[in-house]
Every structure is written in C-alpha cells, then in structure tokens.
Design a protein around this ligand. Structure first.
Ligand SMILES: [Fe+2]
Ligand SMILES: [Fe+2]
Length: 131
C-alpha cells in the first residue's frame, strides 16, 4: 500500500471509530433523559457530546480541506446545524426544560445517523478512492 493509500485507509478507520463514539454518546443521552434520569448526568453527557462533536467535525473538515473536497460547503452546513441543535438542547436543559431533552436527542440522533449514512459515507468513499 502506498503512503497516501495507507493514510486514507487510516483516516477512514479513525472516522468510523469517532462515529461510534458520537452515536454512542447520543444513545446514552436518549436513555438518560428518557428514563427521567439524574439531570446532572444528562448535563454531563450533553457536555461531553458537544465537545466530542466539535472535535470530530473539525477533524472531518480539516481532512475535507486537505482533499479539496467538492461537497465541503454543504457538509459543513450540516455540521453547524447539528452543533446548533446540541447547544439548543443544552440550553433547554440548563433552563430546567429537561422534559424536552429526550425528544430532541432522538431527533438529533436521527439527523446524525442520516448525515453519517449520506454525506460522511460519500466523503469516506472519495477518500478511499484517493480522490
Ligand atoms: Fe462525521
Ligand atoms: Fe460529517
């Protein structure tokens, strides 16, 4: 395998692992909020999820810029929308509107699941093909 092919394959493996952590945190959030769980635990999961998502999106965006990827603008728009949604949930939670968290977390999990299956998949295919 050439140096670039190795880099591309390692990048895709890293991204896949990050998606597992990201969707795992979201499922944890749905569970913690849905079961009328401890608000402190819900807040802690939310904070970790936002930090992790910021770091994950930044690394995907850096790789897209390195590859001069053609769907960059729309892809970044999706990331911004997801971060807005997560920050909105955290703000509601901080105001004590915790009853809304489970529903919004489920919607966001659905959105991120679709993003991973479409835009992230398209980018991973492009990286795999060395484009
Ligand atoms: Fe992603
Ligand atoms: Fe993405």
């Amino acid at each position: 395998m050439s140096g670039m092919a190795e880099f591309n394959s390692a990048s895709n493996a890293d991204t896949e692992r990050e998606h597992e952590v990201q969707t795992g945190l979201l499922r944890e959030l749905c569970k913690a909020a849905g079961a009328n769980g401890d608000p402190a635990v819900v807040g802690e999961i939310l904070a970790r999820l936002i930090d992790y998502s910021q770091a994950h999106f930044a690394s995907e965006e850096l790789l897209m810029r390195m590859k001069s990827y053609d769907d960059y603008e729309e892809h970044v728009e999706d990331h911004a929308q997801m971060l807005d949604a997560l920050r909105g949930i955290a703000a509601e939670h901080a105001r004590g509107e915790t009853a809304l968290v489970a529903g919004r977390a489920t919607e966001t999990l659905d959105f991120i699941g679709k993003h991973i299956a479409t835009r992230d998949r398209r980018f991973a295919d492009s990286v795999r093909n060395g484009l």
